[in-house]
Design a protein around this ligand. Structure first.
Ligand code: DHB
Ligand code: MG
Length: 219
């Protein structure tokens, strides 16, 4: 077993259960043309997010970190009629690519892209209807801030997903001084220590290498 076989199996699983989708593939092509980093979730993970939205019967979804809109399309497609996804993006160029991708995928009307640093945008979401599912996938240094907002903006039973908690195994290095690793570890410790969450995390291997995600419910 090695990264090549992980990727081959991931492609097999995606070919078998996810399939090919012109709108999603066009989204990745546009992301690449715009020179955005290829750090979107893997197809099998996009489908997992889609299924979690369905399983949770989520009507309102919050995403922190839009990039080119790949995961937003997956989740928006799982929403019922009248559902909504709010996605926050700090980089205006990314948000422009995402807007075009979401519109081209036919989910533009359900998706509200909020431009700005998430820490600045999140307070403006207070007072609205609670979010049923929150996907945290932005600057890892801020994961604890984002988890606090997820708890405030959700309700009992809301689902919280945190991407990139494996980081090629570096997450288990207690001596790491990397700001992203420190942020990921602090987020996991918050999921453990903050009574508003009940959580676990899974490692993943595949086309995105060795990484993982945390899954939590608001208590
Ligand atoms: C990387 C991957 C991600 O999914 C992300 O959100 C941030 C960074 C990476 O591989 O560097
Ligand atoms: Mg990510």
């Amino acid at each position: 077993s090695n990264p090549d076989t992980w990727a081959a199996v991931d492609r097999y699983l995606a070919d078998t259960l996810v399939g090919h989708d012109p709108a999603l593939e066009a989204t990745l092509a546009a992301q690449s043309r715009a020179n955005l980093q290829p750090i979107e979730v893997a197809p099998v993970a996009g489908k997992l997010l889609h299924l979690l939205v369905r399983i949770a019967c989520a009507r309102r979804v919050l995403e922190i970190g839009t990039l080119a809109g790949y995961s937003a399309i997956w989740m928006a497609r799982a929403l019922p009629e009248g559902g909504a996804l709010v996605t926050i993006e700090a980089e205006p160029a990314n948000a422009a690519v995402a807007r075009a991708n979401l519109d081209a995928a036919g989910v533009g009307d359900a998706v509200d892209i909020r431009l700005g640093r998430a820490a600045d945008v999140l307070p403006s979401l207070e007072g609205g209807e609670p979010f049923d599912l929150i996907f945290i996938d932005a600057d890892k240094e801020s994961n604890t801030v984002y988890l606090d907002w997820a708890a405030r903006l959700g309700r009992r039973g809301s689902v919280v997903v945190v991407d990139n908690v494996g980081r090629s195994g570096e997450v288990a290095n207690a001596r790491s001084e990397d700001e992203q690793i420190l942020g990921v570890r602090a987020g996991l410790e918050a999921l453990r220590d903050d009574p508003r969450f009940d959580a676990t995390a899974l490692q993943t291997v595949g086309v995105k290498g060795w990484d993982g995600f945390a899954l939590a419910v608001l208590v």
